[in-house]
Ligand binder design. Structure first.
Ligand SMILES: Cc1ncc(COP(=O)(O)O)c(C=O)c1O
Length: 330
């Protein structure tokens, strides 16, 4: 830890897990000894999803999917470690936003989300409607979000699970249902909840979500982020059996079985796995593998209970010792 401090910056960059250091060194050694052969012959061994797994670099992202999926309450094919939040948002909009209606976001969003949405609205001649901040200036009124999700002419919405400015946690299950009932495709930015909140993305019928793995999950600076896509969106047309093609397709989103046949036609890998684009950063994925190993023994519901207990303790101490401090988290 820098300066032997108590490190409380997991909301920005989680600390280094020893298993991440182990796997990064392992990949560097493999690179040195195997060169390009590492894509097939390297074996990164980790205990994930309660199993000893051995993954070549070629299949590493897919092999991490079950462990990553467990953390957000998803099925393995619904999740993939790839890209960044920014890139994955562009990917989801390219795939699911046809420009038949407006976009919805909030005025308290992280700038990158706003940049993405504005670019798509501009391209398709539509508007980004913004949920205004509540009177305190740092939180959102859930009732206003509910009403705006039900307004006519809306096609896609992006909402934060947790607001990075105030720690406000939105009701993912309830808002996802309201969006669904109104025919709005809702994408959650879970940057500030993945690894700290017990999500149930599959059961809550969330359409899609994006998050980074470098915060609470401690996957390392700039390690690949993640995207969730619910299984009901995996086919081009429900019941067609044809895997949906990404709006921004690339060879790493091709079916692994035919990827190296180098055909010009794209054959999408099923589910979220087909949302990958180009060659992933294996050093970053190796660090993430180590971080996910640490989470293997972690029950996300217990993490949430513990987080609430610690926050409660902190609030009580603040009230007792620092009465002048205002707690802004709703
Ligand atoms: C809420 C939120 N959204 C988006 C981003 C951008 O993430 P990335 O740099 O992985 O695209 C961040 C980065 O910290 C964030 O906190």
């Amino acid at each position: 830890m820098p300066g032997n401090c108590t490190y409380l910056n997991g909301n920005s960059l989680g600390p280094l897990p020893l298993r991440a250091r182990h796997h990064v060194s392992e990949v560097l050694r493999q690179w040195e000894q195997l060169g390009v052969e590492g894509w097939w012959r390297a074996r990164l061994s980790a205990t994930l999803a309660a199993e000893e797994m051995e993954a070549s670099w070629f299949e590493l992202a897919e092999k991490l999917a079950p462990a990553l999926a467990r953390i957000v309450g998803a099925e393995p094919k619904e999740v993939i470690a790839t890209g960044t939040i920014t890139q994955n948002l562009h990917q989801l909009l390219a795939t699911f936003y046809a420009g038949n209606g407006d976009l919805l976001a909030t005025s308290l969003d992280f700038p990158s989300d706003s940049h993405v949405l504005r670019s798509w609205a501009r391209r398709l001649g539509k508007t980004v409607r913004l949920v205004p901040a509540a009177d305190d200036g740092y939180s959102l009124d859930p009732k206003v979000i509910e009403d705006m999700l039900a307004e006519p002419g809306l096609e896609v919405a992006v909402l934060p699970t947790v607001l990075y400015r105030s720690g406000q946690l939105l009701d993912v299950q309830k808002l996802s249902k309201i969006a669904r009932d109104n025919g709005v495709f809702l994408i959650w930015d879970a940057a500030h909840s993945a690894g700290i909140v017990d999500h149930h993305f599959h059961d809550d019928e969330v359409d899609a979500a994006v998050w980074c793995n470098y915060k609470y999950l401690s996957g390392g600076p700039g390690c690949p982020g993640a995207v969730f896509l619910h299984s009901r969106h995996h086919e081009e047309e429900a019941g067609s059996g044809a895997s949906r093609e990404a709006g921004l397709p690339g060879w790493w989103g091709n079916d692994k079985a035919t990827q190296f046949e180098m055909r010009l036609a794209h054959e999408p890998a099923g589910g979220a796995w087909g949302l990958q684009t180009g060659t992933p950063c294996i050093v970053g994925l190796a660090a993430l593998a180590g971080a996910l190993e640490v989470f293997e023994d972690v029950d996300m519901e217990e993490v949430r209970r513990q987080s609430l207990r610690m926050s409660d303790y902190l609030y009580r101490q603040i009230r007792r010792l620092l009465p002048e401090v205002v707690v802004e988290t709703p």
